[in-house]
Design a protein around this ligand. Sequence first.
Ligand code: 13P
Length: 246
Amino acid sequence: MNRRKLVVGNWKMNGLRAQLGEIEAIGALATDHPAAEIGLCVPATLIGAADAIKGAAFIGAQDCHMKDNGAHTGCLSAAMLAEAGASWTIIGHSERREDQGETDADVAAKALAAQAAGLKVILCVGESLSVRDAGDAENVVSAQLLASLPEGAAADWLAIAYEPIWAIGTGRIPTMEQVAAMHGALRSALESCIGSEAGAMRILYGGSMNGENAAELMAVPDVDGGLVGGASLTAAKFAPVIAAAG
Ligand code: 13P
């Protein structure tokens, strides 16, 4: 199965209008690398301005509410994000699962809300260090994926991101054998749920991916791209990651 590589920057709570030049430069990098699909998930406050200068990159959000509207002070619906210029959103990042107590059921509901508003979704899963050390990571993350997977999950609107929590922002990454084992396990879990559609669904790696390790990580079987935090904050740092994707 030939899956187009997907490389997405997650700016988390970083970025003011002063950084619009970086977004424009990253959009230009995407234009220069059409073989891969490149995106940038920016703070919601920057979506509109980023959409105007995005080049061949897509602009995404980092979360959405599961409801269409209502009394949810401070929250944003998927339709609001789509109207602002987002075409994708991240859902279920471990920082939200931890900081905001999001459950697998919340994640599945948010993914469905996003799809209903026309957003594509990057659904995040990943294990803690204690689970990794206990030797149970593939089982735990596969179960998390199946519990978070929305009804009607299909490769044309959903991608998975495997992000080991202990690798996020730490400079530590799993061994290539561990990455291969996890991505293979997640592909099998998807097959058990959505059958042959699993072969088309992209599974990204995230957690301290950078210009030095991106090519090796993306060469691992079943690694279909990356979800990149710190190394996506400037065009200079993101450029070698994008180049590694083709
Ligand atoms: P870092 O690339 O900064 O480790 O962040 C990974 C991440 O959480 C992307 O969603």
